[in-house]
Design a protein around this ligand. Sequence first.
Ligand code: PGA
Length: 256
Amino acid sequence: MADRKPLIAGNWKMNLNRNESVKLVRAIAESISDLAETEVLVSPPFTTLSVVKEAIGAAKIYLAGQNMHWETAGAYTGEVSPAMLVETGCTHVILGHSERRSLFMETDEMIDRKAKAAVGMGLVPIICIGETLEERDKGETFQVVRRQLELSLRNFREQKTMPPSTILAYEPVWAIGTGRTATPQQAQEVHQFIRQWLNEHFGSPAAEQIRVLYGGSVKPENAKELMAMPDIDGALVGGASLKAETFIRIIRFHEA
Ligand code: PGA
């Protein structure tokens, strides 16, 4: 099995002002100076990316946009291009978060275009998928996840190749911001399904290298047991990434 280094990613959503952002990222930087076994990423709103980048300095914290457009430039009021993210210091971009899908009508087809554009610009896409509670209750979890994978990774599928640096995030919608986490077994089941799907389409070396994060009410109290699952390679953390104390404890899940 490939040696997949865990990634703990903080999705700040539409939270934190400049001062709070700088303070938080400095505290994270300080706390990880001796940490080699886990990678760390933060994803602030567009308006604080620059100031957070500056505060990161030489610390090993990756920076991600929370969204982007697939076009390189043009008349797209309110949008940000892949090149703009790169220029601001981003190495990654979160795509297709369930809030983008449900509140801003993003479709798998749009996410597919974005994923292609991100890779073309040298950004690592973090592509989010996950079922709603209704879909889970109807027993459609695997079907929904498969459909999202097939459509939002369509371009990679057609090319029969997906950069092994690509990151997927399984975030059951019913677990996001609700305090209701998937059990490690529930999450592992879907992560394993995702890895099998990757194997079918991209072969074993890629499937073994691509990291699949879990997201949805990850907290210091449940991070260790989730991360212990063989196909869970890190976490995409919302609420608990906004406070240094809780985020640092999640980053240091090994020590819990
Ligand atoms: P949460 O959010 O940790 O607050 O549930 C996760 C996410 O939306 O990425």
